[in-house]
Design a protein around this ligand. Structure first.
Ligand SMILES: [Zn+2]
Length: 273
């Protein structure tokens, strides 16, 4: 019952964001109209089905094994004697930090970038981009999630709380809502915001290679990868070489990771930095 209510609240929040970002857009749209939204929703549905299907054979068994054998950093000496509430906080921070590293790796490892590029080739950036991940990327991410559970030793309550907040954050920071700049500055001190993540979706390598955080913004500060000095009107959203709408259709987006395409080199290797 509580679970259904949470999903209902999430659906209402996404719907409200979808309306507000059209009333108060932060960036001008290159592909207005329903075709792009429909494409992102189909890719998002496949992604959601993949995540749900990966939970049972991958993440849940990893969680059971880690609990049974007392595996992972947070269950090791001396951390297992730390109060539970502190272990929850550590677990949350470690999940979010290792996701930063995973996202960074997705921009460097050619096999991962092929899939992550499908998310980046969207010509506009809005709440539906936050749902648009290739099903292959989410299958790989489920393997990474199982590794996080085994290595970090986070319990299922911490994992669930972090995943729920992450989902809200991902839809929010991809959105095209123009927040008052003061509100965005206050939020940015702690969380990833639409202007901050917009820079990460730039076609330019020195802009895309920044702002990898997904929930808490501190990881970019820690690694010196935070960039806030690019005005949104100066951004071109997408990936170099994929700037026309006939290059990002549903079929071409879904088949992209499996094609031989010289444009699919990770931005770092392609010398765009
Ligand atoms: Zn990225």
């Amino acid at each position: 019952m509580l679970r259904s209510l949470k999903w209902l609240a999430f659906g209402v929040a996404v719907g409200a964001l979808f309306v507000v970002e059209r009333l108060r857009p932060l960036r001008a749209s290159k592909e207005p109209g329903p075709a792009r939204v429909g494409r992102n929703l189909v890719i998002g549905l496949l992604a959601a089905a993949t995540t749900a299907a990966s939970e049972w054979p991958l993440v849940a068994p990893a969680q059971r094994l880690a609990e049974l054998r007392r595996l992972g950093l947070l269950r090791s000496f001396p951390l297992r004697y730390v109060p539970r509430v502190l272990r929850l906080v550590f677990g949350f921070l470690l999940l979010d930090y290792t996701l930063y590293l995973w996202h960074w790796l997705n921009h460097r490892a050619p096999g991962l970038w092929r899939f992550h590029a499908v998310h980046h080739i969207d010509l506009d950036l809005d709440s539906t981009t936050g749902l648009r991940f290739h099903f292959g990327e989410l299958a790989l991410a489920a393997g990474f999630r199982a590794a996080q559970v085994l290595v970090l030793g986070v319990d299922r309550d911490t994992l669930r709380a972090w995943q729920q907040l992450l989902l809200v954050s991902v839809v929010f920071h991809h959105s095209n809502v123009e927040l008052p700049i003061e509100a965005e500055r206050i939020l940015q001190a702690m969380f990833v915001t639409p202007r901050m993540h917009g820079i990460h979706h730039s076609t330019k390598g020195d802009e895309m290679n920044t702002n990898y955080s997904s929930l808490l913004s501190c990881w970019d500060r820690l690694h010196g990868s935070l960039r806030l000095d690019v005005p949104q009107e100066a951004l071109t959203i997408g990936v170099e070489g994929f700037t026309a709408s006939d290059q990002v259709t549903l079929g071409r987006s879904l088949s992209l990771p499996f094609r031989q395409d010289a444009r699919l080199l990770p931005p770092v290797e392609a010398g765009r930095l």
